[in-house]
Write a protein that binds this ligand. Structure first.
Ligand code: NAD
Length: 108
């Protein structure tokens, strides 16, 4: 199998940020998040979750963006947005559905 030419990770939280950095060690990788403050922090090498060090972020080739138009160029897309449970313990998939709709709108 050919190596992917572009990976996009959507949702740069506890799961998505380290995943994006791991992909970026091997493949061109973009991390997307709807939280522009989060993206600006990551562009400065700051992880508010204190899960990943500034050096790990700054030394990574990953780029961080809020611009969903970049998914049109992605060969692999990994979605890591929150999937909380409702008060009745049902999975709340609304954020996953929203992210999927935003991806689908750019996959013509
Ligand atoms: N955190 C854990 O330890 C853990 C463990 C196992 C599984 N998971 C699962 O991994 C998934 C992600 O969890 P997490 O803890 O990383 O979440 P998180 O809350 O830490 O981060 C999610 C990120 O997604 C962003 N986001 C929300 N909607 C978005 C959208 N439409 N487009 C782009 N970005 C969007 C948020 O701004 C946030 O930065 C969930 O399904 C969770 O159940 C998490």
């Amino acid at each position: 199998m050919n190596r992917p030419s572009a990976v996009t990770v959507i949702g740069l939280g506890y799961v998505g940020l380290p995943l994006a950095l791991a992909f970026a060690a091997e493949f061109p990788t973009i991390g997307l998040d709807v939280d522009s403050a989060r993206v600006e922090e990551l562009q400065k090498g700051i992880d508010r979750n204190r899960e990943v060090s500034g050096d790990e972020i700054r030394n990574s080739s990953a780029s961080f963006s809020t611009d969903y138009s970049t998914v049109a160029n992605a060969e692999f897309i990994v979605v890591t947005v929150p999937t909380p449970v409702t008060e009745s313990n049902k999975p709340d998939l609304s954020l996953l559905e929203s992210a999927s709709a935003m991806i689908g709108a750019r996959m013509n």
